[in-house]
Design a binder for this molecule. Structure first.
Ligand code: URP
Ligand code: ZN
Ligand code: ZN
Length: 469
């Protein structure tokens, strides 16, 4: 009898594989998938594996949330979820790997920024990786990008907005920075909103006597600003043919701009978030409007529908939550929406809500969810096939997903320390029944059962977009 490391046998699940959904067993040994087969006989295995009956459950590769903000900010403006709370909420929703952001720190190299963030992430309960912010060009940047990429941080977060926070990359620097990213095979991940158009909208609306409460937020940061910024990034990328990844595309106009850039021959990937798919600017009205405030803002119903269509047509590749959680007290402290901390929680609910609302049969929903919340982010951020893949040798990051679990998002399902969800009251049909992270069961029935600090930094390889160059 062959001796093996401690193991787990998932029996009789519906495996969500790229080639289709197949009933089968998965044997996990230690932290990896050892074998996938139609029927695995545990009798010859020593030690005997723990067996989980997966009848009626889909088994997905662990979900990857490529855009979170845990442990962000200082003092009163600090997010409710630190790395532990956020990653525990993530695990409860089936997420086994998240990608957070490191700042470009004054006087430090890019790598030093990422290393600082890794220290801050010490309590993460599931694996994570990082995107590194670049807010300023300087002559040493090329060498820093080289060093960063070798370390395993291979996406750069760039902003066309947030001048007031000191993170907006000077418009004159975009061609040079995008060119360096392309040269060093670092994927630019861009928050695209044109600050000039935002300022103009603000000036006009305030001159009209409009009150800058949450209900005005969508008008203050119009969809035109998103589309214009996407197009200007495209123009800046033309010289170097740098690939581009646009985070949290929120509008039909923004998606149209993404398509235009592709039409011009650029390699452009796009991400959107559950709140843009499920909520509209109407949620910004009323006394609790601030609870639904994020940037870019919520849009109209037709934008929401255009984004769903974007997934169906393959024009949007990634679902990511932009989870950035504040308590209601923090969100509602200022009547002026320009002072409201921007962002909403969502990492615990995203998979369930996407599965529920993606149009089609359960199998189509499952395939879409596997693509946009596991395989595509894994490939785009160089994590595949360690993550995002059900295959022997991959990390044993697995989601046992019950397509019949149903209810409404209510207080009992909220895992974020924010203590509320912008999705409160929405019905769901399908939810994670258990989450396995590198071989360990870290959540059951929406309740975290894992360990603080077990998450590891996962170095990224080169993004799949560079394979086509
Ligand atoms: O409102 C948001 N999205 N807050 C997080 C920061 C960002 O812009 O992604
Ligand atoms: Zn952003
Ligand atoms: Zn964000």
């Amino acid at each position: 009898m062959k001796r093996r490391p401690s193991s787990l046998l998932l029996r009789g699940g519906e495996l969500v594989l790229p080639q289709g959904i197949r009933r089968g067993d998965i044997l996990v040994e230690g932290e990896r998938i050892a074998l996938i087969a139609p029927g695995i006989d545990p009798s010859g295995l020593s030690p005997a594996p723990a067996v989980m009956d997966c009848g009626g459950l889909y088994i997905f590769p662990g979900f990857i949330d490529a855009h979170t903000h845990f442990g962000l900010g200082e003092g009163e403006s600090r997010t409710a979820d630190g790395f532990f709370e956020g990653s525990a909420a993530a695990a409860a929703g089936g997420v086994t790997c998240f990608v957070d952001f490191a700042d470009q720190l004054p006087g430090k190299t890019l790598l030093q920024g990422s290393l600082r963030r890794i220290e801050e992430a010490a309590e993460a309960a599931v694996d994570y990786s990082l995107h590194q912010g670049i807010y300023r060009y300087h002559p040493g940047l090329e060498g820093e990008l080289e060093e960063l990429g070798e370390f395993g941080v291979r996406a750069a977060k760039l902003f066309t907005t947030y001048e007031q926070f000191g993170v907006r990359l000077d418009p004159g620097e975009w061609p040079r920075v995008l060119g360096l990213c392309a040269k060093k095979k670092i994927l630019p991940a861009i928050h695209a909103e044109d600050d000039g158009l935002i300022e103009a909208a603000e000036k006009r609306l305030l001159a009209e006597g409009q009150v800058p409460g949450p209900a005005l937020h969508a008008a203050l940061r119009p969809a035109e600003a998103e589309a214009a910024a996407i197009l200007s990034c495209g123009r800046a990328a033309l010289g170097s043919a740098a690939p581009l990844y646009f985070v949290h595309v929120s509008s039909s106009l923004g998606l149209g701009a993404v398509r235009d850039l592709r039409g011009e021959g650029l390699r452009v990937a796009a991400e959107t978030a559950p709140h843009y798919l499920l909520l509209t600017e109407d949620h910004l009205s009323g006394p609790e409007g601030a609870l639904a405030l994020m940037t870019p803002p919520l849009r109209r119903d037709q934008d929401r529908k255009a984004l769903w269509e974007g997934f169906a047509l393959g024009d949007i590749h990634v679902l990511a939550t932009d989870h950035c959680s504040y308590t209601p007290a923090q969100k509602m402290a200022h009547p002026d929406c320009r002072l409201t901390p921007a962002g909403v929680p969502g990492v615990g609910e995203a998979a369930s809500l996407f599965f529920t609302n993606f149009p089609g049969s359960p199998a189509q929903k499952a395939q879409a969810l596997r693509s946009v919340y596991s395989e595509n982010p894994a490939r785009l951020f160089g994590l595949w096939p360690r993550k995002g893949s059900l295959a022997a040798g991959s990390n044993a990051d697995l989601v046992l997903f019950d397509p019949l679990a149903s209810g409404r998002i209510d207080g009992s399902r909220i895992r974020s320390a924010a203590g509320y969800s912008p999705f409160l009251g929405l019905p769901y049909l399908g939810a994670a029944a258990a989450t396995v992270s590198r071989g360990m069961v870290v959540a059951r029935d929406g309740v975290f059962t894992g360990e603080k600090g077990r998450g590891k930094f996962v170095p990224c390889g080169i993004s799949s977009v560079f394979e086509k160059s």
